[in-house]
Design a protein around this ligand. Structure first.
Ligand code: ADP
Ligand code: MG
Length: 258
C-alpha cells in the first residue's frame, strides 16, 4: 500500500541569532490511507514541529516530506491542520468561520455550504450558526474549528492537541465524534496528544517520541479489538490497561534519559 504521507530522514534545525536547536533528528515515518496515528512525548520533543512540516508550513532542514510520493513544498488542499488553539475570528459568525477555508480556496459553492451546515448540525452546533465565537463554550469552539478543518474535505488531518483545553466529559464526547466522523469518511489522521488513554482509544498506532533531539523512541500497535471499539468503550477493553502501562513505562524511560 502506498503511504499518504512519508517522512524520509527528516531533520529540523531552528536557527536564531544566538543558537541553533536540533528539534527533529533523522525521522522516518509512513502514514497509510485510513490510518489513525497518535504522537505522544514530552513537551518540547518536536510534535508541533513535525505536524507543521507535514502541513507544509515548515520546510525541513534535511530529508524529505512526501505527500502521495511528491515532495511537500507548501500547504496543500488535501491536508487539514487543526491547531491547538481554535483561532476562530471573533468578528465572524460561527457559520462564516466554518466556511473560511472554502472561501480562501475559492471553492465555496452552495452545495459545499450545505455540507458544512450539515456538519455543524451533526456536531450539535445547528443553533449556533449565527452566533459569534465569544458566545460559545470552549468545547463548542473546538467543534467549530474541527468543522472548519473538515469543510475543505482534506484526506489527511493533522490535529495538534485538539482536546486538551476541554473538560473531561466534553473531551470523551468529542473523541467519539471525531473518531466516528473520520472513520465514516475514511480519512487519515495524525493526532498529537499528551493523553495516553486518548491516544490508545482513538488510534491504530501510538508513536512515542523522545526529545533533544526529537526522534521516535518506540511504536506501539493497538490491538484490533481495541481499535474497533468506540473510543469511550475502548478504555474498558481487555489489554487496554496493559498497553497503557507499557507506553507509560516507555515515556518514563525517554524522559529519564534526558
Ligand atoms: P512540542 O510540540 O513537542 O512541545 P515543539 O515542536 O514546539 O515541541 O518544539 C520542539 C523544540 O524546538 C523545542 O526545543 C522548542 O523550544 C524548539 N522550537 C520550537 N519552535 C521554535 C522556533 N520557532 N524557534 C526556535 N526554537 C523553536
Ligand atoms: Mg506543541
Amino acid at each position: 500500500m502506498n503511504a499518504v504521507m512519508e517522512l524520509k530522514g527528516v531533520e529540523h534545525v531552528y536557527v536564531s541569532d544566538r543558537e541553533a536547536t536540533l528539534a527533529i533528528a533523522s525521522m522516518n515515518l509512513s502514514v497509510y490511507p485510513g490510518e489513525f496515528i497518535s504522537l505522544v512525548g514530552p513537551s518540547g520533543c518536536g510534535k508541533t514541529t513535525l505536524l507543521s512540516m507535514m502541513a507544509g508550513l515548515l520546510i525541513p532542514s534535511k530529508g524529505q516530506v512526501l505527500l502521495h510520493g511528491r515532495p511537500v513544498s507548501g500547504p496543500d488542499a488535501e491536508v487539514g491542520y487543526m491547531l491547538q488553539q481554535d483561532y476562530l475570528f471573533p468578528w465572524r459568525t460561527i457559520l462564516s468561520n466554518a466556511l473560511i477555508g472554502l472561501e480562501l480556496q475559492k471553492s465555496l459553492t452552495e452545495e459545499r455550504k450545505q455540507t458544512v451546515i450539515h456538519l455543524l448540525e451533526g456536531m450539535g452546533l445547528g443553533a449556533t450558526m449565527d452566533l459569534y465565537p465569544s458566545q460559545l463554550s470552549g468545547g463548542m469552539r473546538q467543534r467549530v474549528a474541527l468543522v472548519r478543518t473538515l469543510a475543505t474535505e482534506p484526506q489527511l488531518l493533522l490535529l495538534d492537541e485538539p482536546f486538551s483545553a476541554l473538560d473531561y466529559q466534553t473531551k470523551l464526547q468529542l473523541e467519539d465524534l471525531v473518531a466516528e466522523t473520520l472513520k465514516a469518511q475514511r480519512k487519515t489522521a495524525v493526532l498529537v496528544t499528551h493523553d495516553l488513554g486518548e491516544a490508545i482509544a482513538v488510534s491504530d498506532r501510538v508513536i512515542v517520541l523522545a526529545s533533544s533531539p526529537g526522534r521516535i523512541a518506540k511504536t506501539f500497535e493497538v490491538p484490533e479489538h481495541i481499535r474497533e471499539s468506540q473510543p469511550f468503550y475502548a478504555r474498558e477493553q481487555e489489554g487496554f490497561n496493559e498497553l497503557f502501562h507499557h507506553i507509560w513505562k516507555e515515556l518514563e524511560a525517554t524522559e529519564r534519559k534526558e
